[in-house]
Design a protein around this ligand. Sequence first.
Ligand code: FES
Length: 114
Amino acid sequence: MPTRLKATTVDRLPPGRGMEVKHKGLNIALFNVEGEFYAVSGVCPHSKGPLAQGRLRGRVVTCPWHGAQFDVSNGRCLRRPATDDLSVYPVYVVENIIYIETQTNSQEEAQWHT
Ligand code: FES
């Protein structure tokens, strides 16, 4: 059953930045692309690099470890050495709060890291 996870507030994630959201074994990278928010798997499928720490240019994030690139709007892998796409999570903004829809059953608030 889908659950809305309270990730952070809009003011804590400025445009062009990413944030790691961990919750119940999930590691999600949340990005602000010019005011639009996108959430994808936070673990690079190549060797588990931290994608939330990658450089974001437009909708493309570059893995900080070996340079693979992904479109954060759809999870598509754009450049090797990674070859697999990322999981994508729906994002909702309600009254300045950013929610990520997950498949967990918990109603607890996520930890967040900038
Ligand atoms: S861990 Fe991301 S490109 Fe290697």
